[in-house]
Design a protein around this ligand. Structure first.
Ligand code: ADP
Ligand code: MG
Length: 618
């Protein structure tokens, strides 16, 4: 257990070095700092340009990466090479996303529905961490250009509901972009800091943060006591936002012009052009009553009244979420001291009106809703830098805690800087058929390979009943109590067998050693992440080879000679790729093998089912 102030005192932070606050948004991202003279938070921007950087990444034919406004222009022309909403993919498997598959215009790999998603552009594969790191790199680059000084340290915000995996992914993206992520903080916490709420230690208040962005809606109820922000409840809709307003306008215009849904789907560039006009109309109507323009020679008109009718259901949905959030926190509208508005879409007058009606008070909207989260992150950064008030000195874990997984990788359950007490759990499974036990090795540290971290404890979960690989469900739970004592439990959920062990996390580690471990993790960040990507690719390849082999042993007679030959060749190519240091090549070979085996695997499965249906004749 350590106070963050100790870390600062022992020199991992130099006071002069700037720490930036970053809002890594689904639609837009931006970076803010505390102005050295005015001591006020400001969003960074070049002369005559916006502070917002669209969270859009474009890959050209040569594989070059462009981020921001310019990338956004390619959404229309190159939908397969232009990635938007990467934040939605963070920490997600295909399984998690498949109900929204049509939302993404680019290729998401769907072979293994349970492992983390990847995006394919031409012959390259990108993880959500890679994608977010491109955005962060661009922000870092812009900030360095404006400030004329290196930017290496940051506070990054995430939605309050982000789980460990998503927070960890955000941290990794920061690392990969060359940033030391000092703290991940909740977006609503940042927003309230920007309003100065929680900066006074004696203050006690309950606030609601209503955040309507481009594609997501979050409502968070926070209790703030003595500088501690506690999330009482969150609610929202991860597919509700300004984009829905734009789409409703497009549909309306299309209907007026007699363009059918199919026509629109077929003519992607028309659809996108209409979307751009729709967004312009929506923004214009935040301050005016009628929008008029001409597209391809035809007039487009939209009145504020029609617009409000089009979006009424979305706004009502958001209000229902507010109602649920209050209920979960066992509160009523009158218990809320302050309502804070966040996100570009809260500029819509109907939104403001509906929210203030629901909570029965005027809402706080004096801080620019696009920037408020980044501004709050900058305030938090300043506090961490020790420039400001002895605030927010929560007890936190100094180093991440996790276990070893396949390939010697560190899988973090409780990230560094987590508040104490803290609890986390995650499910794992076996790699080998009939595996009777599982060795749980607990590590502490920031490096991606456990061999570079510090081993705290090890124990065996034995007597797992014989099951095929992948069947057992072993839940590993980490609990750090208020005294900083870690208890690790492992339970096989199908059989109920259980083991636990108590560990003293930093026993014997001096502050200097903690600092050293943190420093090393920063120095080696890039190597580590590359290494992790390749190890993960190799593990995935090995597993695929194993399952394919098992399938062939069982079903060889049901396959044609050609299928067998093709499969053997593809397996050999995959085997060979494992020996090389190229994760993209491995992913490509995995794809190829999957493409070959998918048709016959489905056929064999269908046959098996029809046999079972026809009365077990064999
Ligand atoms: P996110 O947090 O999802 O990255 P933002 O908070 O940046 O998103 O909000 C982006 C959304 O705000 C977009 O849908 C954009 O069209 C909308 N928006 C921006 N300005 C206005 C405005 N003046 N009126 C209405 N909507 C706006
Ligand atoms: Mg946002």
């Amino acid at each position: 257990m350590a106070k963050i102030a100790i870390n600062i005192a022992t020199g991992s932070l130099q006071k002069e070095e700037i720490i930036v606050g970053i809002d890594l948004g689904t639609t837009n991202s931006l970076i803010a700092i505390i102005h050295p003279e005015t001591k006020q938070p400001v969003a960074l921007k070049e002369h005559n340009s916006a502070s917002l950087v669209p969270s859009v990444i474009y890959f050209d034919e040569a594989g070059n990466v462009t981020v921001g406004e310019e990338a956004r222009d390619h959404l229309i022309t190159s939908p397969h090479q232009t990635i938007f909403s990467a934040k939605r993919l963070m920490g997600k498997s295909y399984q998690d996303l498949k109900n929204h598959a049509s939302f993404f215009t680019y290729k998401i790999i769907d072979d293994n529905s349970e492992s983390l998603v990847k995006v394919q552009v031409a012959d390259k594969f990108y993880s959500p961490v890679d994608l977010s790191s491109f955005i962060l790199k661009e922000l870092k680059h812009r900030a360095e250009h404006i400030l004329k000084t290196p930017v290496n340290k940051a506070v990054i915000t995430v939605p309050a509901y982000f789980n460990d995996a998503q927070r960890q992914a955000t941290r990794d993206a920061g690392k990969l972009a060359g940033l030391d992520v000092l703290r991940i903080i909740n977006e609503p916490t940042a927003a309230s800091l920007a309003y100065g709420i929680g900066l006074d230690k004696s203050e006690e208040s309950i606030i609601a943060v209503y955040d309507l962005g481009g594609g997501t809606f979050d409502i968070s109820i926070l209790r703030i006591t003595g500088g501690i922000f506690e999330v009482l409840s969150t609610n929202g809709d991860t597919y509700l936002g300004g984009d829905d307003f734009d789409n409703a306008i497009v549909k309306h215009w299309a209907a007026e012009a007699g363009i059918s849904d199919e026509d629109l789907q077929a003519n992607k560039s028309l659809a996108q052009a209409l979307r751009l006009e729709a967004e312009a109309a929506k923004k214009y109507l935040s301050d005016n009553d009628v929008f008029e323009t001409v597209l391809h020679g035809d007039p487009l008109v939209l009145s504020k009244k029609t617009f409000e009718e089009l979006i009424a259901t979305f706004v009502n949905t958001s209000i229902s979420c507010c109602r649920k959030a209050l209920k979960d926190a066992s509160l009523e509208p009158k218990d809320i001291g302050t309502v804070v508005m966040v996100g570009g879409s809260t500029r819509v007058p109907l939104v403001k009106k509906s929210v203030s009606e629901f909570f029965g008070r005027t809402v706080n909207d004096s801080v620019n809703p696009d920037e408020v989260v980044a501004l709050g992150a900058a305030i938090q950064a300043d506090i961490l830098a020790g420039n400001n008030r002895d605030l927010l000195l929560l007890d936190i874990t100094a180093l991440s805690l996790g276990i070893e997984t396949a390939g010697g990788l560190m899988d973090v359950l409780i990230p560094r800087n987590a508040k104490i007490p803290s609890r986390a759990s995650r499910q794992y499974t076996t790699q080998v058929d009939g595996q009777p036990g599982m060795r749980i090795s607990v590590y502490q540290g920031e490096r991606d390979l456990v061999k570079d971290n510090r081993k705290l404890a090890e124990f065996n979960l034995s007597n797992i009943p014989g099951m095929p690989a992948g069947m057992p469900k072993v839940e590993i739970g980490f609990l750090i109590n208020a005294d900083g004592i870690l208890t690790v439990t492992a339970r096989e959920l199908r059989s109920g067998i259980e083991q636990s062990i108590e560990v003293k996390p930093q026993y014997g580690l001096t502050d200097a050693e903690v600092e050293q471990m943190l420093l090393e993790s920063i120095t080696h960040a890039k190597d580590d992440i590359a290494m992790r990507a390749i190890t993960e690719a190799r593990t995935e390849a090995e597993q695929l080879l194993k399952t394919t082999e098992r399938f062939l042993q069982k079903n060889a007679t049901l396959l044609t000679q050609e299928e067998l030959l093709q499969t053997a060749a593809s397996m050999q190519a995959l085997q060979l790729s494992i020996t090389m240091n190229d994760k993209d090549l491995i992913h490509k070979k995995i794809e190829e093998l999957n493409d070959i085996s998918r048709p016959y695997a489905e056929r064999v499965m269908d046959e098996a089912i029809s046999k079972a249906m026809s009365g077990k004749k064999i």
